[in-house]
Ligand binder design. Structure first.
Ligand code: FES
Length: 683
C-alpha cells in the first residue's frame, strides 16, 4: 500500500494503470515505477530504476477519462530529465510519447499505459489458432546492483556485500550461491567496477554474475529424440526463439532403436555411461551452436528444460534404463526433476539448472508430457486425441475431466524401415503420391522439390537429390491411394488380377507388388510390395488399437479433435492417415498436426515457471493404460488390420470423400478378396 501521510494528502494524485486496471493515489514525486511496484503492476526493471535498462517504459496518456474521473496529461509527470537523455543517447530514442517509468515522477492525475514490451509477464501468441498463448514468467531474473567496495575497517566478504546489495536494492534476502558460482564472483565484481548484474533463480539462487549491466536472459529448450536432438535458444524476456539447431543422436552408434540401446546397456557393462556421455556431449555441442548463432557465450545460458522418451530421459540423467527394457517397465523416477546443469555434464552459466519434464509411464515419457503441456487437452472440454507417432506411438486421450495415456508398439515401418523401398524422410524420398483410378498411373513428389513427377521440369528439379526411396508419409499415401484405386483390397491384399490392366502390378513370388517407378539414372526401382502393406497394416493396427482401447476406457464413442505430434505427424496428410485407418474417424477440420509439440512443451516449461507445477499435476492424474495387459487390445488390433477398418464407421471421412468404404475381413477369416471399393450410390 502506498504510504499516504497527512502532509502528503494535499499533493496526492490518482494514478491508473492500463491494462491492469490498478489504481491508487500517490504522493507527488513518486516515480511511476515505484507506484507500479507498490500496486503490483506488471512493469519490468532490470537496473532497479537507474535509467540503464529501458525496461520500464510507460506512456502517460493525454485527455479526460470521465469513466475513471481522471484528466491525464503528458505533463502530469515530471519533465524529461538528464538520465532519460543519457539513455536515449546511448540506447536510441524512445518511441514518441514514452517515458522511463523510473524517471518520470507523478505530479498530476494520470492514466498510464504499460506497453506489452514493458511487462514482465508477456504473452507469447503461438501461430496455430488452436494453441493457447503462453505467459512469459521464467524462474530466472536479472538484477543490476551496485556493491560496496571492500574496506579494511569492514572485513566482510565480497559475497556478503553482494547479498546486502541484493537485499537492499531488490528486496532479495539470503541469496545462495554454490562454489561454481562463487568461483567467478570476485573477478566479476572487480571487472564491473562493483557494478554487476546478478541472475537469480527462484528469488534465491545466484545462477551467474555478469560484470556491469546486462539485460539478456537466455534459456535452452531441448528435445532428445532417439534419432535426433533439437535445441532452441529462447529469449526469456520476449519468449522468442533466437536460434535452433539439431543433431543426429550420437547414441545411434549403440543401436538404431530404443530397445537395441537398452540391450547394449544390458550386454555391455558401462554401456549406459557411454550413452550418457554421448547424449550430454551432443547437448553441449548444440548449446554451443545455438549460442554462437545468437552471438552469445554458452555461459549466458541460464536455464535448460529437457523432454525425451523414458529411455532418453534416463540416459541423459545418467540413470540406468535397463528396467525400461522389459515388463513392468518401471521408471527410476517419474516426477519433474531439477538438477544443476554441471551435474549432467553441461558447461553453461555456472549455477544453471536443468529441468526435465515428468515421465507419464515406462513407455510414455517426458516428450509426451511436453505434448500435453503444448496442446493443453486438460484445459478443454472437447475430447482430444494426441498421438506422437514414432517406433513407439505415445497416445493421450481425454479432456479437462479425465486423461488417459498408453503407448503402442508401432515399430519402425512409419519411418521407412521394414519397407522394401523405404527410407528416412530425406531429400529424394517420395513423400506424396497419387494414383489415377482409371489409368492406375502414379505421380509423386519427393522431399526437396515442389514439383510433381508429371510436371515439366521435374527431372531437372530432382537432378541433385534423385528419387531414392519412399518415406513414412509416402508409404501411407501410397497404400491409401492403392485402396482408393482398388489396387489393394480392404484386407490389404495387392490385387493380382489388375496385372491385366496395368504393367505396374507385377508378380513377386506368390504375391504382387505395385511398381511406382523403374530404376533409371536418377534412382532405383521403387515398388510397394505385399510385405510393405503387411508391415504398414501391423503398424497402423497397433496404433489404432491403442487409441480404441483408450476410447473404450474413457467411454468416448467418437473424438472431437485429433492432433498428431512429432516430425512424422507434421509430414503426413491427415486425410490419408484416416483413409489408411491409422486414426479413427473425426471431422477432418479438427484433425491436424502440432509439429514438434514435445519441443514446444519444453519451451513452455522454460518460459513459464507455473507450467512446471501444472504439467506435474496433470501427469500425476493421467490414467496409464498398459496395452499388453488388455485383452481388448488384441480384438481391436485384429479389426484394425483391415483398411481403413473391419467394422468401425468412418462417416466424416466417407462424407468428405463422397464414397463408402467396403469392409475388410480380418486376416485368417474368409475374405471377399476382390475389389474393395464401391462408389456411394447417389440420389
Ligand atoms: S528501471 Fe531500468 S531504465 Fe528504468
Amino acid at each position: 500500500m502506498p504510504a499516504i501521510g497527512v502532509a502528503a494528502l494535499a499533493k496526492d494524485h490518482l494514478v491508473f494503470f492500463s491494462p491492469s486496471g490498478k489504481r491508487e493515489r500517490f504522493p507527488e514525486g513518486t516515480t511511476v515505477l515505484e507506484a507500479a511496484r507498490r500496486l503490483g503492476v506488471d512493469l519490468d526493471s532490470v537496473c532497479g530504476g537507474r535509467g540503464i535498462c529501458g525496461r520500464c517504459q510507460i506512456v502517460p496518456t493525454e485527455g479526460a477519462n470521465p469513466k475513471l474521473g481522471i484528466k491525464s496529461a503528458a505533463d502530469h509527470v515530471s519533465p524529461w530529465n538528464a538520465v532519460e537523455a543519457r539513455y536515449a543517447d546511448k540506447r536510441g530514442a524512445l518511441e514518441a510519447g514514452r517515458r522511463l517509468g523510473c524517471q518520470a515522477k507523478v505530479c498530476g492525475d494520470l492514466v498510464i499505459d504499460v506497453p506489452a514490451d514493458s511487462q514482465v509477464h508477456r504473452q507469447v501468441v503461438r501461430k496455430r489458432a488452436e494453441a493457447y498463448p503462453v505467459k512469459v514468467d521464467p524462474l530466472v531474473h536479472l538484477h543490476y546492483v551496485e556493491v560496496r567496495e571492500p574496506d579494511m575497517h569492514d572485513p566482510s566478504s565480497d559475497f556478503r556485500r553482494l547479498q546486502e546489495a541484493l537485499a537492499a536494492q531488490w528486496g532479495l534476502a539470503d541469496i545462495h550461491a554454490d562454489t561454481a558460482v562463487l568461483k567467478g564472483l570476485q573477478k566479476a565484481l572487480r571487472a564491473g567496477d562493483w557494478k554487476v548484474t546478478a541472475a537469480i533463480r527462484k528469488g534465491r539462487d545466484l545462477v551467474a554474475l555478469f560484470p556491469g549491466f546486462r539485460d539478456t536472459l537466455r534459456g535452452l529448450a531441448v528435445d532428445i529424440g532417439s534419432t535426433t536432438i533439437a535445441a532452441h535458444l529462447c529469449d526469456l524476456v520476449t519468449g522468442d526463439v533466437l536460434a535452433s539447431s539439431g543433431l543426429m543422436n550420437p547414441q545411434i552408434r549403440f543401436g538404431e532403436d530404443l530397445m537395441s540401446r537398452v540391450s547394449y546397456v544390458m550386454m555391455n557393462p558401462g554401456g549406459d555411461a557411454e550413452m550418457t556421455a554421448a547424449v550430454r556431449g551432443a547437448l553441449q555441442e548444440l548449446a554451443a551452436a545455438v549460442a554462437a548463432e545468437a552471438g552469445i557465450g554458452t555461459d549466458e545460458i541460464l536455464e535448460v528444460t529437457v523432454v525425451g522418451n523414458p529411455i532418453m530421459h534416463h540416459l541423459f540423467l545418467g540413470l540406468d534404463p535397463t528396467e525400461l527394457g522389459g515388463a513392468p517397465f518401471a521408471l527410476t523416477v517419474d516426477g519433474g526433476l531439477e538438477v544443476p546443469a554441471r551435474e549432467v555434464g553441461l558447461s553453461l552459466a555456472p549455477g544453471a539448472f536443468v529441468y526435465t519434464l515428468p515421465c507419464i509411464a515406462g513407455h510414455v515419457g517426458a516428450d509426451t508430457a511436453g505434448v500435453v503441456l503444448s496442446e493443453g487437452p486438460h484445459l478443454k472440454d472437447e475430447v482430444t486425441l494426441l498421438v506422437d507417432v514414432g517406433t513407439n506411438a505415445e497416445i493421450v486421450l481425454g479432456n479437462r475431466h479425465r486423461l488417459l495415456a498408453c503407448s503402442s508398439p508401432t515399430g519402425p515401418a512409419f519411418e521407412g524401415a521394414q519397407i522394401a523401398s523405404g527410407q528416412r524422410a530425406a531429400p529424394g524420398a517420395i513423400e506424396r503420391l497419387r494414383i489415377d483410378p482409371e489409368t492406375l498411373e502414379p505421380r509423386f513428389r519427393v522431399i526437396g522439390s515442389d514439383l510433381w513427377s508429371d510436371d515439366a521440369g521435374f527431372p531437372e528439379a530432382t537432378a541433385k537429390t534423385g528419387v531414392t526411396g519412399i518415406c513414412g508419409s509416402g508409404i501411407i499415401e501410397a497404400v491409401a491411394e492403392m485402396l482408393l484405386a482398388g489396387l489393394v483390397t480392404p484386407d490389404g491384399i495387392v490385387d493380382g488380377t489388375l496385372a491385366a490392366r496395368t504393367p505396374r502390378i507385377v508378380a513377386e513370388g506368390r504375391t504382387f507388388a505395385y511398381v511406382i517407378r523403374e530404376a533409371d539414372a536418377s534412382g532405383p526401382r521403387i515398388a510397394v510390395t505385399q510385405g510393405d502393406i503387411r508391415a504398414i497394416q501391423l503398424a497402423k493396427a497397433a496404433l489404432y488399437a491403442g487409441i480404441r482401447l483408450l476410447m473404450d476406457h474413457y467411454g468416448a464413442p467418437s473424438l472431437d479433435r485429433i492432433t498428431l505430434a512429432g516430425a512424422f505427424g507434421s509430414h503426413i496428410d491427415v486425410k490419408y492417415a484416416m483413409i489408411l485407418g491409422l486414426i479413427p474417424d473425426c471431422d477432418l477440420a479438427a484433425v491436424g498436426s502440432a509439429g514438434n509439440a514435445a519441443g514446444t512443451g519444453a519451451r513452455i516449461a522454460l518460459l513459464n515457471k507455473a507450467s512446471r507445477a501444472e504439467i506435474e499435476e496433470v501427469v500425476r492424474r493421467i490414467e496409464k493404460i498398459e496395452t499388453a495387459l488388455e485383452p481388448a487390445f488384441q480384438a481391436h488390433f485384429v479389426g484394425a488390420m483391415a483398411i481403413p477398418h473391419k467394422s468401425d464407421p468412418f462417416p466424416h471421412l466417407e462424407a468428405a470423400l463422397g464414397r463408402v468404404f467396403a469392409r475388410g475381413t480380418a486376416p485368417g477369416e474368409p475374405g471377399e478378396g476382390g475389389r474393395g471399393e464401391r462408389r456411394r450410390r447417389r440420389g
